[in-house]
Design a protein around this ligand. Structure first.
Ligand code: EPZ
Length: 421
């Protein structure tokens, strides 16, 4: 299994290009199931999760092509025979596979999708996806570990999910695009990735308004078509936030290209509170850190509040900050697994339920640590950049799920980091 070997103590300097957003790419690849014409997406990140989703779509019967000369461009065609099944062996490796359920039901009237198991950060049920599709007229049974669904043409409905769910909103949004009549999604997720999906669907002929707010209204149409021009996937705000935290911890000055500061308001506000300088334009962010950051408390919540996907990375900054910080994780029940590994690097952290208290330490000391999930991996890399001596991060297949060539990007900024087999 691949590892990352990091020698800490280097400041970061230079420019880094942010890739397309993983959490926009995954639903938008599934949107190809909604129309018979080929859908072309640009700025598709090179991630393990994207490869898994493309394998699933191929298995379902979607033709997938990556242009040799344009690796970030993917063309998907769902005009042929479709086998609407998402099997356990693929779904168990990536929960986002659930995103084929809504489109398959909406266009083909049937789907068998393995029930995603839990994952490291929590049980992560999909009951709200099922509740919403049933409200739209689908017959759904859960048997032998599979979601078995069928429907005539889905009917629009007013749906209020019990909690805000990102992929739940996305599944229902895609289903509603082809349903008969109006669907109103109350309590909808407002993440930029949901908005980007809605904009793709509108370019395909869907009638959607209110995306980006808590109430999305969709008038179903008979069919969708390919957009007139390839849709460019929105930049990854979590990758951008991860690099901002890396500079905050390691020090230096970096410009992030193709980054949207307006998608990171809560994170940037906390970095400024920590004493980090952040300037931004329409599609770039400059971050500068000259001194030890101040400790900053925060609590995660749904967008536009502080994102749970940035909790582990910012905790790494707090590990070497001046002062004590309190971090509250309100979205997932088990998203502190990076804590024990950070403690191996000398961090001083006490966890009590959904809250962690971090006493900033002047220094961390390098050690071998183990990645447990995607964002925990990023947190350990950031800590390794500042720890004295060598840090080896094991099981970085977790990192490869959601970051496009992170070590290459960090090395180009001056970090002493390499992948070892
Ligand atoms: C999406 O996961 C993201 N993944 C996650 O990013 C992100 O952490 C999460 O949203 C929260 O922002 C993708 O977009 C592919 P939820 P999702 O449904 O949709 C509960 C990363 O690191 N819930 O918004 O699965 C759930 O248990 C990943 O890139 C139900 O109870 O998350 C959680 O406590 C990790 N029933 C809360 O709601 C449901 O039917 C929010 O989950 C659905 C969700």
């Amino acid at each position: 299994m691949d590892k990352l070997l990091i020698r800490g103590g280097r400041r970061l300097q230079g420019e880094v290009s942010i890739s397309g957003a993983k959490n926009a790419a995954l639903p938008e690849l599934c949107a190809a199931l909604l129309c018979a014409e080929p859908l072309t997406l640009d700025n598709v990140p090179r991630l393990q999760d994207v490869a898994t989703m493309l394998a699933l779509l191929r298995r379902i019967g979607v033709q997938v092509e990556r242009a040799e000369d344009q690796p970030a461009r993917v063309c998907l065609a769902a005009g042929g025979a479709i086998d609407p099944v998402a099997p356990y062996e693929l779904v168990k490796t990536m929960r986002a596979s659930i995103l084929v359920l809504g489109p398959l039901l909406a266009r083909f009237g049937r789907a068998t999708v393995s029930l995603p198991g839990g994952c490291a950060i929590g049980s992560r049920p999909v009951d709200q996806h099922i509740k919403g599709l049933r409200a739209m007229g689908a017959t759904i049974a859960v048997e032998h570990g599979n979601i078995v669904a069928s429907a005539g043409r889905l009917r629009g409905a007013r749906i209020t999910t019990d909690m805000i769910t990102v992929t739940g909103t996305e599944n229902l949004l895609m289903a509603a695009a082809l349903a008969e009549g109006e669907t109103v999604l109350e309590n909808a997720a407002q993440e930029p990735e949901v908005t980007d999906l809605a904009e793709l669907l509108i370019a395909m002929g869907a009638k959607i308004e209110g995306h980006g707010t808590g109430r999305i209204r969709i008038q179903g149409v008979e069919r969708l078509h390919a957009p007139a021009v390839p849709h460019r996937i929105v930049p990854d705000r979590i990758e951008a936030g991860t690099f901002l935290c890396a500079v905050a911890a390691a020090g230096g000055e970096v410009v992030l290209r193709d980054a949207r500061a307006r998608h990171l308001d809560a994170v940037i506000a906390k970095l400024r509170e920590a004493g980090v300088t952040v300037e931004a334009g329409e599609d770039w962010i400059r971050v500068r850190a000259d001194a030890r950051p101040k400790a900053v408390s925060f609590r995660t919540s749904e967008y536009p509040a502080f994102p749970t996907d940035m909790q582990a990375q910012f905790m790494a900054v707090n590990c070497i900050a001046d002062g004590a910080a309190k971090v509250s994780e309100t979205i997932f029940e088990n998203r502190f697994m990076h804590v024990n590994e950070l403690v191996r690097l000398g961090a001083q952290i006490q966890v009590d339920g959904h809250t962690a208290m971090i006493q900033g330490a002047p220094r961390l000391s390098g050690a071998t640590v183990m990645a447990t999930d995607l964002r925990a991996s990023a947190s350990l890399v950031i800590a390794g950049l500042v720890a004295d001596g060598a840090t080896t991060v094991e099981r970085i297949y977790h990192l490869d799920r959601g970051y496009d060539c992170m070590e290459a990007k960090l090395r180009a900024l001056g970090a002493d980091i390499e992948r070892v087999r």
